[in-house]
Design a protein around this ligand. Structure first.
Ligand code: DKA
Length: 134
């Protein structure tokens, strides 16, 4: 994952994000915001060796800090409180979010020329492609 640290990726295209947001319970106004912004995502490492994944947009700036394979508490950009665990498979980070209502999975596949994000909840699969910021 080291080669993908400190690289910024900006949202380029998005498919079925509205359906995904609806399925996880995001309200209408927040969905409208979510559909209009193009977040910039960056993976870094903190001084104490944790990963930090930030997402900055006109809607919200968020950041999660985590060790691989260790559950942590997360508040999603739309305000859901979930228990998250992130594991690594090659150049993919597999992020599982659970609360008493839902389980969702977000796979982030890092490549030099794009970051592919696949968000799955139930039978809804949303794909978001991010491109490197020059
Ligand atoms: C992304 O980082 C999407 C993350 C999905 C968060 C759940 C819904 C947010 C609503 C604005 O590209």
């Amino acid at each position: 994952m080291e080669e993908f640290l400190n690289k910024k990726y900006k949202l380029h295209s998005s498919d079925k994000f509205e359906q995904y947001m609806k399925a996880v319970g995001v309200g209408m106004l927040t969905r409208k915001m979510g559909n209009t912004v193009s977040p910039v995502v960056e993976l870094t490492k903190t001084d104490d060796g944790k990963y930090s994944l930030s997402s900055n947009s006109a809607f919200k700036n968020t950041s999660i800090k985590f060790n691989l394979n260790e559950e942590f508490d997360e508040e999603t950009p739309d305000g859901r409180k979930v228990k998250s665990t992130i594991t690594q498979e090659g150049n993919k980070l597999i992020h599982v979010q659970k609360n008493d209502k839902l389980s969702t999975t977000i796979v982030r596949e890092f490549q030099p020329d794009e970051l592919k994000m696949v968000l799955t909840v139930g039978d809804i699969v949303c794909t978001r492609i991010y491109k490197p910021v020059q």
